[in-house]
Design a binder for this molecule. Structure first.
Ligand SMILES: Cc1cc2nc3c(=O)[nH]c(=O)nc-3n(C[C@H](O)[C@H](O)[C@H](O)COP(=O)(O)O)c2cc1C
Length: 492
């Protein structure tokens, strides 16, 4: 588990960076407690819920776990008076963290922060990320368009995440279509501080979603979901949701924007539910469930069974840890992202490295980075949560991320990356003293910086130059941090 700890775990107080999305309806006390008890972090989905229910649900979670958890609210979809009452309920219950979504409400962010509450904002673009962190968000969630439920932006996660990471000054969680350990490993390698999952947790035993909804997710195939604005009643206009296709999305239930077509089709605890509303079927819902909003992310296609939330968290942790340790497999998965590194490769011209030279230089760097990543990863495991262990974990993640970048660049230059690991690995692991190994690792990083310094001015392709500059900068930062630590330990 240690190898998965990130800054988000420190901020939220969880063991692993796996966050349950605050899904209005499905994310009730039983699921939140199960996720938090399993070492992740649960958010109660309390959009438009009464303060009485919020107070009851918070108490119910606390009866099931002593682990930390938070509450999700959506200011833009909630009437002012109710929102105020919801906030009061959270404050009175001393809630530790709140996730906010949709239109940013800086005054709410400020109020929560003033009360000492950690504020997590889900955003759908780099511009929104900048606005949310300026308003005071402690953590951002980058929501890709693969996400189930309301979808804010239109970029797939693989395009959005690097853009958000480039502007973020606070930790970023990745969300949208993520369901398993490979997704978590990929997100961490990209530089995210963890994942937030909705659909995968919706389909667990403890979720408050109706069994019909859970089964539809298990039955889903690759093309079962779509983005639509047809489920709109109760929400600001023009909001798209990702749902499983049904009679509504097939147009068999009439025009969603014709008021006469919006009849009552179901009931939840005595509350009537209208066709085309944003309500999804819950344990407490009866009626025409098929025609309700069956929210699901694109990852639904990968969900094969309904299991306990604890089993799901344990599987994600185990798979991600294995992948991250086995660098080749993990890095491969990460760099298969077509969007992060998509579009054109520039052509060489006078003074610039030609294709073959560039390919050779990137392959050489890749092998060195793989070796560095393995040294850092294996050493981090041995050092646990000590100051050296924490630093090595960070270096490991960075190195893995640059491996992914280099492999993507090589593929884009039509040169399949090798699976080779630089000789540096054996050399460094033969050094038993950890301070001496750290010093050697730093010299290895210095070698990479010098190679990059020589290479960057000769790279004609802007997309690659930017990545190499970022890589050099990250290495310089890590060299500095390592040198400071070695000095503190009296080893420099
Ligand atoms: C059933 C369902 C309900 C949702 N309700 C909310 C909500 O009330 N508030 C919120 O911030 N996000 C909500 N979301 C969106 C999640 O925050 C998150 O972006 C999404 O679940 C991530 O994608 P995934 O479902 O593919 O994991 C909901 C998602 C689903 C599937």
């Amino acid at each position: 588990m240690n190898s998965l700890r990130t800054s988000v775990c420190t901020i939220l107080g969880c063991d692993v960076p796996i966050v349950l999305a605050g899904m209005g309806g499905p994310a009730r006390s039983e699921l939140v407690a199960a996720v938090s008890n399993a070492g992740g972090y649960g958010f109660l989905g309390m959009v438009r819920e009464s303060p009485e229910l919020i107070t009851r649900e918070i108490a119910a979670v606390r009866a099931l776990t002593s682990r930390p958890f938070g509450v999700n609210l959506i200011p833009a979809a909630t009437k002012r008076e109710l929102l105020e009452a919801e906030l009061q309920a959270c404050l009175a219950a001393n809630i530790a963290a709140v996730t906010l979504f949709w239109d940013l409400a800086p005054y709410i962010v400020q109020r929560l922060r003033d009360a000492g509450i950690t504020v997590v904002c889900q955003i759908g673009s780099a511009t929104e990320a900048e606005a949310a962190q300026s308003a005071g968000a402690d953590i951002l969630i980058a929501q890709g368009s693969e996400a189930g439920g309301h979808v804010r932006g239109r970029q797939p996660l693989r395009a959005l995440l690097p853009e958000v990471l480039a502007v973020a000054t606070v930790p970023v969680l990745a969300a949208g279509g993520l369901t398993n350990g490979a997704d978590l490993a990929w997100a961490l390698q990209c530089g995210a501080a963890g994942v937030m999952m909705g659909t995968a947790f919706l389909a667990t035993r403890e979720s408050f979603a109706h069994d019909y909804h859970k089964q539809r997710i298990v039955d889903a195939e690759a093309d079962s979901t779509l983005l639509t604005e047809m489920f709109h009643i109760n929400w600001p206009r023009g909001a798209a949701v990702r749902v499983l296709q049904n009679s509504v999305t097939r147009g068999e239930r009439g025009d969603p924007f014709d008021p006469a077509a919006a009849k009552v089709i179901a009931s939840d605890d005595g509350r009537p539910i209208t066709l085309f509303s944003t309500d999804s079927p819950l344990r407490s819902t009866t009626g025409d469930l098929e025609a309700m909003a069956l929210y699901a992310g694109t990852g639904a296609a990968t969900i094969a069974r309904i299991e306990s939330a604890a089993d799901l968290v344990a599987e994600v942790v185990s798979q991600a840890s294995t992948l991250l340790l086995e660098q080749n497999g993990a890095v491969d998965g990460a760099s298969s992202s077509p969007v992060c590194y998509a579009d054109v490769a520039g052509s060489a011209y006078a003074g610039m490295a030609d294709q073959a030279e560039l390919q050779a230089a990137l392959e050489e760097l890749l092998q060195a980075e793989r070796a560095g990543a393995r040294v850092a990863g294996h050493s981090a495991l041995a050092m646990g949560q000590s100051d050296v262990g924490v630093l090595l974990t960070q270096v490991h993640r960075d190195e893995a991320r640059w491996c992914a970048m280099l492999m993507g660049a090589l593929r884009r230059l039509e040169a399949p990356p090798s699976g080779l690991v630089g000789a540096f690995y054996d050399k460094a692991m033969a050094v038993e003293d950890i301070d001496a190994r750290l010093a050697l690792l730093n010299r290895g990083q210095g070698w990479v910086v010098r190679k990059l310094q020589n290479l960057i001015p000769r790279v004609a392709q802007a997309w690659l130059r930017d990545d190499l500059v970022a890589m050099r900068k990250a290495h310089e930062d890590n060299i500095h941090k390592t040198a400071v630590l070695l000095t503190q330990r009296g080893s420099a």
